[in-house]
Design a protein around this ligand. Structure first.
Ligand code: 13P
Length: 235
């Protein structure tokens, strides 16, 4: 299983360090062999001494080694900390910050060429979900345009936009049906994200074709995230 925490615009440099220290001891003691990924804000990136199955990744980066892209970070700033994991295509970047599929695909190509592990996010908005499963799948597949889905270091996170940060989790039936159809095309591990919390972690991880979770809000509390890692180990 893959258990991932997306901090979004939460946590400071100091609190990220404390969080990772606690998570690291917990995972080492639990002897979990799941893959644990943590995406702190870029201001908190650092060299962290972590057990092998925990990796820190970046939430976003510009497709460049370095250059004149005010407000962005590139490969040089990531490599300083030896990090090789990136989140690309998150719905907040697509729908709040207006990143186009073309821009997303450029980032994907660049960080793929650098050999990064890529957690690539797809997911439909509410009005598409309301049109039915065919529209849902067509929309999600359209977010794969220009993306080499045979890339060996790819993980795909299915995160329905209407379930993110809303407390509205997709039903287990909706997740199961969607992941089964995505799995016909995508051979990479599939994660589910969208209002995952301690209370629904087990049932979501039990869904066929679900190889993990990408957690926002509930992951910001280290104790809750540790509980999720523990539930996953018991699967
Ligand atoms: P929430 O868990 O807050 O719904 O966020 C999910 C998400 O966007 C993870 O990337």
């Amino acid at each position: 299983m893959i258990i991932a925490a997306n901090f979004k615009t939460n946590h400071t440099r100091k609190s990220t360090k404390a969080y990772l220290g606690k998570l690291n001891s917990f995972v080492a003691e639990l002897k979990s062999d799941d893959t644990v990924l943590v995406f702190p804000p870029s201001s908190a990136l650092d060299n962290f001494d972590l057990t092998d199955n925990i990796s820190v990744g970046v939430q976003n980066a510009y497709p460049t080694e370095k250059g004149s892209f005010t407000g962005e970070i590139g490969l040089e700033q990531i490599e300083e900390f030896g990090l090789t994991t990136i989140l690309i295509g998150h719905s907040e970047r697509r729908h709040v910050l207006g990143e186009s599929q073309d821009e997303v695909a450029k980032k994907y190509d660049f960080y793929k060429s650098c050999g990064f592990q890529i957690v690539y996010c797809i997911g439909e908005p509410k009005e598409v979900r309301e049109e039915g499963i065919e529209s849902v799948i067509a929309y999600n597949f359209s977010q794969l345009e220009g993306i080499d889905i045979s890339y060996e270091n790819l993980i795909v996170a299915y995160e329905p936009v209407w379930a993110i940060g809303t407390g509205l989790t997709a039903s287990n039936e909706q997740i199961e049906e969607t992941l089964a159809l995505l799995n016909e095309k995508i051979k990479a591990p599939l994660l589910y994200g969208g209002s995952v919390k301690v209370a629904n972690t087990k049932e979501i991880l039990d869904i066929p074709n679900c190889e993990g979770i990408l957690v926002g809000t509930a992951s910001w509390d280290v104790d809750a995230f540790c509980e999720m890692v523990e539930i996953s180990k018991k699967q």
